[in-house]
Ligand binder design. Structure first.
Ligand code: AHM
Ligand code: MG
Length: 333
């Protein structure tokens, strides 16, 4: 693994270590990197042209959709559909899952993709980093037939790949296929991604906690207690509070520097805000592959049995010892 390796070279070199080596998963990652380049170009133009602001429609969770959400959604779906690589797609921005290739009896595609095309999009108008999150499963229904809901409602521990793209000061693609986590930075002049962050790891301990403290009074007692613990003057505490409000960015920083991200349930949102399938499962897979930990405060995220596409779940994710400490407070509250 060399540092100036391109993502294309890395994919070819590591194809043999994928669980199923038909090349299909490599093609899938390839199309995500392509779509991410297109979206990146558009996100970077956001300040220049009149594409920021709400488009007027509301998505299935009742939130305003920003124009770039719609654009990113279309680009990812088109790229994955046109290249005939997956058999189904579910998106945070779509009410129902999309069946790909149902007309073609010979299609042999094995993978479904779940995607949050532009997470944190309310941050775009203020030039804050946003991201794309993706999660890949092998279908459980027979190849060649139209995909079913059960192909998408799989536990996170069945993911074969997951990752995110961060559209930040530079654009990065960070992903795992179950053999650690690697980060690639886009060189916009050339259009290639280079391996800039090989084998990324969460430090076991951290000093950053990321939570929307504006909701403090609505948090469960365990979270309140943990926040007070973070603020206490003792040992290496108080910790630093950093909350961007863009999951991908908060996660990325915490993975590099050491920290915990918490989006708990509250008296306002009984299951928290984040979606199990598009946000928590892929981030949990990445966290575990990077020596971190992810839970809902009590249970490992990757072991939760999904019951619906747009299900929400409380999320505690980051450096192992910090997540375990937070879980301790949840248990004892
Ligand atoms: P979105 O999918 O509608 O963009 O919402 C997800 C985002 C996360 O990126 C972020 O961590 C969280 O919502 C912030 O929520 P809040 O503003 O309630 O703190
Ligand atoms: Mg989102």
């Amino acid at each position: 693994m060399s540092k100036n390796q391109t993502l294309g070279e890395f994919i070819i070199e590591n194809q043999a270590s994928f669980k199923y080596t038909s090349g299909e998963l490599s093609r899938l990652i390839n199309s995500i990197r392509l779509a991410a380049k297109v979206v990146n170009h558009e996100v970077n133009k956001a300040g220049l042209v009149d594409i920021i602001g709400a488009v007027g429609s509301t998505n299935v969770q009742g939130e305003d959709q920003q124009k770039l959400d719609v654009y990113a959604n279309e680009i990812f779906i088109q790229t994955l559909t046109n290249r005939n690589i997956v058999c189904g797609i579910a998106s945070e921005e779509e009410d129902d899952f999309i069946v790909v290739n149902s007309q073609d009896e010979n299609h042999q595609n094995k993978y479904v993709v779940l995607i949050d095309p532009l997470d944190g999009s309310s941050n775009i108008d203020v030039n804050v980093s946003v991201g794309t999150i993706f999660s890949v499963y092998r279908r459980v229904t027979p190849v060649g037939t139209p995909v079913q809901l059960e192909d998408f409602l799989q536990k996170g521990n069945k993911q074969v790949a997951a990752g995110y793209v961060i559209y930040g000061t530079s654009t990065m693609l960070v992903y795992t296929t179950g053999h650690g986590v690697n980060g690639f930075t886009l060189n916009p002049a050339i259009g290639s991604y280079y391996l800039s962050h090989p084998d990324m790891q969460f430090p076991e301990d951290g000093k950053i906690y990321s939570v929307n403290e504006g909701n403090y009074t609505h948090f469960p007692q365990g979270v309140k207690d943990y926040i007070k613990y973070c603020q206490q003057e003792e040992g290496d505490r108080p910790y630093t509070s950093r909350y961007i409000g863009s999951l991908v960015s908060d996660f990325h920083r915490n993975m590099i520097k050491g920290g915990i991200y918490i989006y708990p349930k509250s008296s306002k949102n009984s299951d928290g805000k984040l979606r199990l399938l598009y946000e928590c499962n892929p981030m949990a897979f990445l966290a575990e592959q990077a020596n971190g930990k992810a839970s809902d405060g009590f249970t490992r995220i990757l072991d939760i049995e999904p019951t619906e596409l747009h299900q929400r779940v409380p999320f505690f994710c980051g450096s192992k010892n910090m997540v375990e400490k937070a879980e301790e407070f949840m248990k004892n509250a």
